[in-house]
Ligand binder design. Sequence first.
Ligand code: CA
Length: 443
Amino acid sequence: MKTIALLFAALLLQTHASAGQPNILLILADDLGYGDLSIQGCRQFTTPSIDSIAKNGVRFKQGYVSNSVCAPSRAGLLSGRIGIGFESNLPHPTKHGLNPDLPTMADHLKKAGYKTYCIGKWHLGYMPEHHPNRRGFDEFYGLLGGSRTYYAGNLKKLAKDGHAIERNGKLEEEKQGSYVTDRLTHGAVDYISTHAKKHPKQPFFMYLSYTAPHGPLEPKPGYAERYPNLGNEKRRAYAGLVASLDEGVGQVLQCLENNKLLENTIIVFMSDNGGPENQNASSNGALRGEKGTLWEGGVRVPFFIQWLEKIPSGKELDEPVISLDLLPTFGKAAGIKYEIESDGINLWPLILNHKADAPVRSFYWRRGGMKNCAFRQGKYKWLENRRTGQQWLFDIEADLAEKTNVMDQYPEVAEKMKRKYAAWEKSVPDPAFESGWKPKRGK
Ligand code: CA
């Protein structure tokens, strides 16, 4: 009996917020190019609100995601895990989704006392067991599927394709003249304002997952026209999508400030994968490749973190980091004492102390039914296309654009990386779906 009472007391402690826990706001853009923010070097349009997050905190110059397309990148982000069988985009309909046995960031933070909100694009499964409300989120306002029209559409048809916007399972009417980026911004602002009034002592975690600037290229009326000097029509439309995203981020930041929550809120901004330059006219700047590839243009993204109370402003860090790091990083800030299982690391020592002896990181990527592989370790990145047998080795620190294949100069480095990659691959299951092609192992 005494044991049960103690256990109960421990559980109570674990599920209640403790003083000083920061709020956490994770803003995810969809298919934003690495070079498409002013702070990332864009000179064609400006993004003052998104830039402010980097300027007020840390900009990671080598920020990666765990996959180069939407759904598996989000699976990595929210579970902190790779090699979980989720390596392809989700078709619709499908029974597949993020494995319900893997706790999400929201599950952990909810247990630590947080109120949890998911707003926007989910794309982690359509079955009841995959629903955000079953994956740790108290509130869900968004769409279960991938990206959709930005304009009002036919609700029935949108619902059939997984594209209707719902609130905790209840579909929302499509109001003529409404615009999806604005709907998600208003959703975030409403939840934050209400939270500040109703739960002033409870911290919140908000995952704000915009569909912008993923195609279709449907800017708000009049927005593309702001950029008459941009090269082509597609790029003007894309700039319009980014403008609405930046305005939305600005409104959310303003809302935090109005509610006196800005100081003690950790704010992360990142993109889920590189820009698909040919599709949405995004630009990955100097990087090679695009969304769907394992070149830097597919997996390196804008990645910023602000926490006014703790992080000095204007910091730029060169150390490679990955979206998988956010789960242990948030967990630490939330005061979670148990070890959270993840394939990332707690970034606070790096962010706050910037120690030169940061660990050498190893990042593994796999795409297209295991046909394309990439492995980053230290300054080197090794890639293989298993359909053609081609291999590449780059010194990423010296060769950001992946132009010079140094396989011949450093065959022993390539061989070692290939072996290490094979060992990792052996330790994880094959993709659970869309894995038509498989390499012949051991040959
Ligand atoms: Ca995406």
